[in-house]
Write a protein that binds this ligand. Sequence first.
Ligand code: ACM
Length: 487
Amino acid sequence: MPAVPALIPKPARLEATGGDPFVISESTTVVVNGRPDLIGIAVLAADLLGRVTGRSIEIRYAESDAPDVVRLRLTTADGEGDESYKLVSNAGRVDLEARSPAGLVRAIVTLRQLLTTAPDGSLRVPAVVIEDAPRYAWRGLSIDVARHFVAKRDLKVIIGLMAHYKLNVLHLHLTDDQGWRLQVRSRPQLTRLSSGTSVNGDPGGFYTADDYADIVAFASVRGVRVVPEIDVPGHVNAATHAYGNLTPSGEPTDVYTGIEVGFSRLYADLPATGDFLREVFADVAEMTPGDYVHIGGDEVLTMEPAEYATLVAAASDAVRAAGKKVVGWQEIASTPLEPGTVVQYWDTRVDPAPFVAAAEAGALLLMSPGSKAYLDMKYDASTPLGLEWAGHIELRDAYDWEPSTLVPGVPAESVIGVEAAIWTETLRDLPALTSMLLPRLAAIAEVAWTEPEQRDWEDFRTRVVGQGPFWDRLGLSWYRSPQVDWR
Ligand code: ACM
């Protein structure tokens, strides 16, 4: 029996056919037909293969039956949103087929994971047939760039990792009490006055409109959509510091660099509030090509339910008026929601009844349980960074859970997907971030991509071993979980 390659996430069907491998040579080329939307994909394939092989790989924009090619092909013109793909490799060639550019990106990262270095130094792709498709359409990572700012170059490293594990949604938590991280046309003081701070007095930062466009484009080429979050009506101290007309006294609030939550708020009866929500969400929607904008809605601890519901409705109306769909943290399930609203489940300590009711009314649930998917939780009591309020999350905890039965009473069809989250109270730089993300991000990615009957912890802990050398090659910090026999 030929050895079965160790891919993460595990594909739906993988057959090692046992023939001779494809060997990457001086003359290997990437071949696509000349469709404009495939050029970026071909460049990505040539770039990724080129990085691994250390030589530049040519692209040809014409189909041919020539050997020694990696051929990318779209099998339909209207497969938008379909991420399924097929990969067939043998000694002569590698064929990647999909129904959309995003499907081809998934195939390309599978190809990258298939590459092995032979004893003679040559790079090989074993002979396989893979047919694959995701379980969930929403496979995300939420990053808190507000508690500590994450520079664009570091964010791109994380986007590269997301794509490597076939995640497709980058949720940016852009605003909070400690800082405002996105330049917004209608409210220039948000970044002028409220971007310089982070937790503990650490330096801040923000993304200009151009930076944001660059992040969106970098992610898009890798099949990752950006969902921006402007957190209201709580977690708003950065906004009330920049614009005093959002407070009853008219005075700006002080900067905040601690890590308490729940104290800051908007006021429904102030005239400035409605304008702020309408214009800020319109600006953010305009900058964002994806379908969704996140309104936050979490942990508003100093407001009556009626005012909270009014402000959630105002934010949601602003998002919809700008042509986007609404996502909010689970607290919004206590308010009336339009069908199709995405409710992001995070706090497993509360009564599930509002989520069941929201699902019955047509809401969709995105699963980010703090006790499994909050990747800023410590692995164990000895982890130097991170928090512990949702418990310790070892690798197996992040892997061994089932999204469709997580919230009792919510039907499986109401679950739109799975999203990991990383909050940055204690995480100040890229090594800190990746030491918490890796290896757990790979586990969450498999929960989101792979059908439950294909998932198995013992199998995963064997496959994940091969990722260690990959992270080492990239120079990334990662956690050597004692649950895995790393080489
Ligand atoms: C959250 O963790 N406050 C969404």
